[in-house]
Ligand binder design. Structure first.
Ligand code: NAD
Ligand code: ZN
Ligand code: ZN
Length: 403
């Protein structure tokens, strides 16, 4: 379909405001290329033709813990647009797009998935076999190692394979009214929900969630949606633990060193059915961990193995690095604990699109309260660098950038 001009008459060969990588650990808001259905090579972006794509104008684009990995990891290049969580309005559609229309309000899953390969067909949209020439699995704003797709923390963005990827809200006005809630279905709510469901959380389950960041809180919310009887969220960060209590979950202050005791107070016994690792690992922590054998990099994972019952399950949404080709980071995983308790482990990038229809309905029609639970905090896109700094420093909030 040929689309009318973009709002404001923005030319496709101009520039736009965007949040960009500005060197190790640094972020700047500046001018980036306008997206087009035919992408040109740019920092972290591969050239390709996307007649199956659309251009989305951002309503809300969130900052994620995974963006911090990009800032400190090896895959970022200067000038690269960051971000992978977007809710917006479609302003232009490619020739081969049939279902999505100009004016649709939509949620963009963080995975780029072709919808045509064996993994996409099986629902494994986090491991698409074609959207990333480097390896299975693609996402936005993480450079060529993740497929070379431009980031979404910008006024406009390209979404490829739009008919397959986009969740279109049936009532665009309702979605706009509840923007902070629906902004959470592009990543963290599906991530928490996938983590909980993969580990078999259901009515009466008892759960320990490691990490009180946005993913931990979204996991706790997902467990409550699925009928869990008790959810304990653990962290060292006092501000975040205070927030955990204020939104109705039990909190374990790990600085006390008695996780089993805290779990017993809430659950009645010193163990849980399921543990969810919403901490993961930064590359820097892996490099520094375990030099003297005393600080395993997989600390949160091992705490979970210790607290899960025999025959229980552990889910790992938190990111652990696979290492450069040919290397295998030593993480100090307590595999003996996993084996002796016959624990089932499940992990990996969330197939976001699989869950968006039911989660959108639950968020808009039910009483999920996801924005409040994760402390969703709107800030202007222009203040993106500040939002990165505050979330990196452990502020108990999920920052939502508004252009
Ligand atoms: P975050 O950094 O805001 O939160 C992590 C929290 O863990 C912090 O509050 C920190 O104090 C706490 N923590 C550190 N060590 C701990 C320990 N041993 N036990 C308990 N808590 C501990 O990050 P976030 O945005 O909530 O994301 C969490 C993880 O999930 C990141 O690794 C992120 O990349 C990942 N993630 C994965 C997916 C996926 O598809 N699997 C999707 C989104 C995010
Ligand atoms: Zn994310
Ligand atoms: Zn695919």
């Amino acid at each position: 379909m040929t689309a009318p001009g973009r709002p404001g008459g923005v030319p496709s060969n101009g520039t736009q405001r965007a949040v960009m990588y500005a060197g190790p650990g640094r972020v700047a808001v500046g001018e980036a290329p306008m997206p087009a259905l035919e992408t040109r090579a740019a920092p972290g972006v591969l050239p390709r033709r996307c007649d199956h794509g659309v251009i989305v104008q951002a309503l809300a684009t969130c900052v994620c813990g995974s963006d911090q990995h990009t800032l400190h990891g090896p895959g970022a290049v200067e000038g690269m647009v960051l971000g992978h969580e977007l809710t917006g309005v479609v302003v232009e559609t490619g020739r081969d797009v049939e279902r999505v229309r100009v004016g649709d309000v939509c949620s963009v899953p963080f995975n780029v998935a072709c919808g045509r390969c064996a993994n996409c067909r099986a629902g494994l949209t986090g491991h698409c076999l074609t959207a990333n020439p480097a390896r299975p699995g693609a996402t936005y704003g993480m450079g060529e190692g993740f497929g070379g797709w431009a980031g979404l923390q910008a006024r406009y963005a390209l979404v490829p394979y739009a008919d397959f990827n986009l969740y279109v809200f049936p009532d665009p006005d309702h979605a706009r009214e509840r923007l902070l809630d629906v902004a959470m279905i592009g990543d963290i709510l599906p991530t928490g929900y996938h983590a909980a469901r993969s580990a078999g959380v259901g009515p009466g389950s008892t759960v320990y969630v490691a990490g009180a960041g946005p993913v931990g809180l979204a996991s706790a919310v997902a467990c409550r949606m699925l009928g869990a009887a008790a959810v304990v969220v653990g962290d060292f960060n006092r501000e975040r633990l205070e927030h955990v209590r204020s939104v109705g979950f039990a909190a374990a202050d790990l600085a006390d060193g008695d996780l089993a005791g805290t779990v017993a107070e809430t659950v009645g016994v010193p163990h849980v059915d399921v543990g969810i690792d919403c901490v993961g690992m930064s590359d820097a922590a892996v490099a520094n961990a375990g030099a003297d054998g005393s600080t395993p990099a997989a600390g949160a994972f091992n705490d979970i193995v210790a607290i899960v019952r025999h025959g229980g399950a552990v889910s790992v949404p938190g990111v652990y690095p696979a290492g450069a080709p040919g290397t295998r980071p030593r993480l100090g995983v307590w595999l003996g604990g996993v084996w002796s308790k016959a624990i089932t482990v499940t992990s990996g990038a969330t197939p976001v699109r699989r869950y968006q229809d039911e989660l959108a309905t639950a968020v808009l029609r039910g009483d999920v309260g996801i924005a409040d639970a994760v402390g969703a905090t709107p800030v202007p896109l222009e203040q993106g660098a500040d939002a990165y700094e505050r979330s990196g420093a452990g502020a108990g909030r999920k920052f939502v950038l508004i252009p």
